[in-house]
Design a protein around this ligand. Structure first.
Ligand SMILES: [Zn+2]
Length: 282
């Protein structure tokens, strides 16, 4: 019986999987099971992988032959009836690995390894600290605008997050807005807030609020005020929807106080030449 074996679904040999295999070699793991098509077909929750990957994945037999030619692993294709004798299973932390573990290896010790060079369910809500071109302190800036923005944020009925924003054009405040639930400002207090059921950054599509940035840019659109070259002061770093809107609206600068970026919100602001400046409250 092997003490430790590797089990992996390897549709393509990218850096993440090569690092995974190398970590096995370093631990003198000799046996590797490749997840076969029968397993993908046997689990409804893996159907999306089955459909998506059938078009582009290297067939498991080809992957087996290719790895046998380039490594010393003793490789077998894992099927729903394979009997695996090992104490510990090392597997990539991804949807498929978790389904397999919960179905076939409930009596084993599991070691998950990260192989991701792309998104998965676990990393989708990951927060990144937005890269700011510069960090300036509140004192060196128009304190009056921030006072307005912070007071506006207080008006939000969203107990999950109160956000204030000001659209500034040619040095003048055009709009000061806050995040507001629709169709009712008090919606979260009546129906409960759908977003509050999830971790920060996850299921952002369940938002029922018009974000402060949307409210400000929407008001400008309604009144025919060009947003090109305008500046946006916002308490929290924009969510990905708002970041796209800001980029498309031609906003030149975003000043923010706190928060995080998800889904590369900070990256595409930068690529759209929106200057991102973090303002320190102290
Ligand atoms: Zn937003």
């Amino acid at each position: 019986m092997h003490k430790k074996i590797g089990v992996a679904y390897i549709p393509v040999l990218h850096k993440g999987y090569i690092d995974f295999l190398e970590s096995l070699i370093q631990e003198s793991v000799e046996k590797l099971y490749l997840v076969g098509d029968e397993i993908l077909e046997a689990h409804e929750e893996l159907d999306y992988i089955n459909r998506k990957d059938r078009l582009r994945a290297v067939p498991v037999e080809t992957m087996k032959a290719s790895l046998e030619a380039t490594t010393n692993f003793d490789i077998e294709i894992l099927t729903p009836t394979t009997v695996v004798s090992a104490e510990t299973i090392v597997t990539p932390r991804e949807d498929i690995g978790e389904v397999i573990v919960q179905t076939y290896f409930t009596d084993k010790v599991i070691e998950y390894r990260n192989v991701f060079v792309r998104r998965d369910k676990h990393t989708i809500g990951e927060e990144s600290h937005p890269e700011a071109a510069e960090i300036i302190s509140m004192d060196s800036f128009s304190k009056e605008i921030w006072d307005d923005v912070l007071a506006e944020a207080e008006k939000s009925a969203d107990w999950y997050r109160r956000v204030g924003a000001a659209l500034v054009k040619d040095g003048k405040v055009v709009y000061v807005t806050h995040n507001e639930h629709m169709p009712e400002e008090q919606l979260p207090n009546i129906e409960g807030d759908a977003r509050a059921l999830f971790k920060k950054g996850v299921h952002i599509n369940y938002v029922t609020a018009a974000h402060a940035e949307v409210a400000a840019i929407g008001a400008a659109a309604r009144e025919g005020i060009a947003t090109e070259g305008a500046e946006l002061f916002v308490t929290d770093f924009p969510c990905p929807y708002c970041a796209r809107l800001i980029a498309k609206a031609g906003i030149a600068k975003v000043y923010f106080l706190k928060g995080y970026a998800v889904l590369e919100g900070d990256v595409f602001l930068k690529e759209a030449n929106v200057e991102v400046i973090k303002v320190s409250l102290t």
